[in-house]
Ligand binder design. Structure first.
Ligand code: C2E
Ligand code: CA
Ligand code: CA
Length: 637
């Protein structure tokens, strides 16, 4: 049975598609879009769709001139048109695969199914025409077709796409899944309505809908409507473009602290001023509002050979306005450097300089700053590497140790473990240099665990050799305590080494905020029964909230070196420190004095209820392997 199909077509739908894609191209050029592989695929989608639209127009032209041209022409054009549409659907399937971040094992199946469909249906389509069961154009210009192969193939691809979206829906932000599904639904509805009215003009348009949602949802980098400037991502990709193109540029970075809080922005007059001056003083400068108070301007140096004078002028203007508004600022000017090939490094450099400069200054990044930054970056990279390798024996992390004198036993039987780094390019690095960096880059916990593991190992060794060791204390930061697995990690490492838990102590300083205090309390509760000892470090430097100190099961209070120095120099302080130590002792805490440097300190602290003494007078920090020089063997006790 042959069914007769007579459909109406006007090129308006396809012309609309070409126009919309033209607009896409304009938008893409104006916005900063990360040149990812998804984005390359997106561009291919646009190319294929444009080709489809043109082909469809020409195909219908050929149909209406059927009697003047070779018959193969409309057949070929129709075939090409359908293949373009289905290649486009195959691209969407790849697109979904990228977006859903499929595992390598899942990756191939869907695009492969699509590819088989593409070839299989293509072959059937040709055979259908040749053997008469498919698409045919009769001599009286009527189109006949027994089966609607196009519809079957269309549903086949839509089916794969929907299946992927539903199956892997957990991998993508929910509203995006919803938007994809609705987009497909709207395309299907439009196809259906078009069918009801025997239309064919809008087929290609429905294939543009997914592209529209892809561009909007996944590649959009909306402008700041007032500033015309863009967010951090865009700043990065702008720098990336310039670096790749080998362009010389300068970045002018302005930070106004007051507007850094969420939801704040520069006052409107100020923004208008900045925008107008940037546009007025520089050729083609790009302006990026990164956060409420942070703006970055990037200037091409080849287009602006006089950028130095211009910068000076713009800073003068800025200064005048500063006198008016009095907002604290930090301004940094960086020139592109051949050695820096990563946009993130420029951003890190700006932050590095910002963190180290006073308010209301302008800093030009010079050689000296660059060198300091590069050694800082070197430490950051090494710390990140240590953190990633997770090797408890990492030999870049060294344990130094300061023996602690025990007044009750008259011996050195405890010690404090102190961290050092030894890095290939810089040699020894001290904690005051790298601990703040490690904390900032979230690497501190790994370092602490390495110190703990190495300390346990040394204790194990010395216990085996017969030394008397009461315990060694290890410093932990509040960031360690915030780790969910902190207690388990500590217990696992100590147990794995096969030493009793009471050979280890945890030193921490007071924490001011309630949440951290609660975390410390909970951690101590989990660990207390194991027999581990707790030291309160640096007593006398913080807030010394007694209520809180009492609430935690500390065993030893470490009086900071500043208290020792104060007691040494004035008698009022001495009285106060002595009272405090007395009070703690009465309440069953042991008092340890830090920073004992002179004979005099030792005498003073011994009178002030000291149980333990630590300081250069006894020993400077030494490599932990040398601790046996201070400790004694049980047989000598
Ligand atoms: P801290 O916990 O107060 O450690 C004592 C610091 O005082 C050590 O400095 C030690 O060398 C120094 N010191 C000891 N006796 C004397 C003395 O008589 N006079 C003077 N002037 N100083 C003395 P270090 O090793 O440079 O450590 C500095 C800080 O770094 C430590 O202060 C601690 O807060 C931190 N730190 C060290 N190791 C670690 C660690 O493994 N983890 C964590 N989170 N922090 C650590
Ligand atoms: Ca300490
Ligand atoms: Ca201390």
């Amino acid at each position: 049975m042959e069914t007769l199909i007579s459909t109406s077509y006007t090129p308006v739908g396809d012309i609309l598609v070409i126009a919309i894609i033209g607009i896409f191209v304009i938008l893409i050029r104006a916005a900063y879009i990360k040149p990812s592989k998804e984005f390359r695929l997106f561009k291919w989608i646009l190319v294929v769709l444009t080709l489809a639209a043109y082909t469809n127009i020409v195909y219908h032209l050929a149909l209406s001139n059927f009697d003047h041209i070779p018959a193969i022409v409309p057949y070929a054009l129709r075939f090409l048109y359908h293949q373009c549409l289905f290649i486009n659907l195959e691209c969407y399937i790849f697109y979904i695969e990228y977006t859903m971040q499929l595992l390598p094992s899942e990756q191939k199946a869907f695009p492969l199914a699509g590819l088989f469909g593409l070839i299989g249906f293509g072959v059937i389509d040709i055979l259908g025409t040749v053997f008469g069961f498919g698409f045919r154009i009769t001599d009286d210009f009527r189109i006949t077709s027994q089966v609607n192969l196009f519809l079957i193939e269309y549903l086949f691809f839509v089916g794969i796409a929907l299946f992927m979206i539903v199956k892997f829906r957990d991998r993508v932000y929910k509203p995006i899944i919803g938007a994809f599904i609705l987009t497909i639904a709207i395309a299907l509805i439009l196809m259906y309505i078009q069918g009801l009215f025997n239309q064919q003009s809008f087929t290609t348009s429905t294939f543009v809908f997914p592209a529209l949602s892809v561009l909007y949802l996944l590649h959009s980098n909306p402008y700041d409507l007032e500033m015309g400037s863009l967010k951090l991502d865009s700043f990065e990709s702008d720098l990336q473009h310039r670096i790749q193109a080998g362009k010389k540029f300068a970045i002018l970075s302005i930070l106004l602290h007051e507007f850094e809080a969420a939801g704040h922005k520069y006052p409107k007059e100020m923004r208008d001023i900045i925008r107008s001056y940037v546009e007025g003083y520089f050729n083609g400068a790009a302006l990026f509002q990164i956060t409420g108070g942070r703006m970055e301007m990037v200037v091409d140096l080849d287009l602006n050979p006089d950028y130095k004078e211009r910068t000076k002028q713009i800073l003068d203007v800025f200064h005048d306005h500063y006198n008016l508004y009095k907002y604290d600022y930090k301004i940094i000017i960086v020139r592109s450097e051949d050695g820096i090939t990563n946009p993130d490094d420029y951003i890190a450099l700006i932050q590095y300089v910002e963190n180290r400069m006073p308010e209301n200054q302008i800093k030009y990044v010079d050689e000296d700053i660059l060198n300091k930054f590069s050694s800082h970056k070197y430490i950051v990279d090494e710390l990140n590497d240590i953190n990633e390798k997770q090797d408890l024996n990492d030999d870049r992390v060294l344990v130094y140790c300061q023996p602690v004198y025990n007044l009750r036993t008259g011996r050195y039987d405890t010690a404090e473990a102190l961290m050092r780094l030894t890095l290939p390019q810089t040699g020894m690095v001290y904690p005051d240099r790298f601990i703040p960096i490690a904390e900032k880059h979230n690497c501190i916990h790994m370092l602490s665990l390495i110190i703990l593991a190495k300390t346990c190992k040394q204790i194990r060794k010395m216990l085996n050799e017969g030394y008397v060791i009461k315990r060694i204390s290890v410093n932990f930061s509040i960031l360690d305590i915030r780790e969910k697995e902190f207690s388990q990690n500590v217990q696992r490492i100590v147990n794995d080494c096969g030493i009793p838990m009471d050979k280890i102590a945890i030193e921490i300083t007071e924490s001011q905020n309630q949440k951290d205090f609660d975390a410390v309390k909970e951690t101590f509760r989990q660990l207390k029964s194991s027999g581990i000892t707790f030291y309160l470090d640096d007593f006398g430097t913080g807030y010394s909230n007694f209520e809180r100190i009492m609430e935690l099961p500390f065993d030893i209070i470490k009086f900071d070196r500043s208290l020792v120095m104060a007691s040494r120099s004035d008698s009022k302080s001495e009285t106060m420190v002595s009272y405090l130590a007395h009070m703690f002792t009465d309440m069953n805490y042991s008092v340890l004095y830090e920073g004992i440097e002179y004979e005099e300190d030792e005498k003073l602290c011994t009178q002030m209820y000291a149980r333990y003494l630590q300081g250069y007078k006894y020993a400077k920090p030494i490599p932990i392997q040398e601790l046996d020089k201070y400790f004694v063997k049980a047989s000598h006790v």
